[in-house]
Design a protein around this ligand. Sequence first.
Ligand code: FES
Length: 162
Amino acid sequence: MKKAASQSISVELTVGEVARRSGVAISTLHYYESEGLISSWRNSGNQRRYAREVLRRIAIIKVAQRSGIPLASIRKALEALPDRRTPTTDDWRRLSAEWKAELNQRIMHLTQLRDQLDSCIGCGCLSLGSCPLRNPWDELSKLGPGPRLLLLEGEDQDLSQP
Ligand code: FES
């Protein structure tokens, strides 16, 4: 009888137990829940209860956050798991590899921005034509100077006719 009681304690956790065992504040747990990252149910006394697996889920959320992965990406990854299960070891291997690739891309983008900022330091022109940060994807500039869209529209019309 006593063994059954201790088993139910280890399967269902209160919000305080989850906070203590995960090292995450109760307010953060509520936030995670409101964001759909973790879930709980209410017992007959209307108190939140969590499955023990929530601790692993929180550990993954914290590691991902510490690595700079946005909560939206974390939620998407967790939602994509079959039956929204808690990530297994294989799931974690795959997720961490995906997130590493995402981080590498962001590092590359930030490095590019940092290098472009070098040309702005001491300049201050903020020119649409020459500042790489002011107008970074100015594809139309390859077609020449001026209001390219208006000029292109004009090329479609026969301007020699009244
Ligand atoms: S401010 Fe002049 S190049 Fe960016």
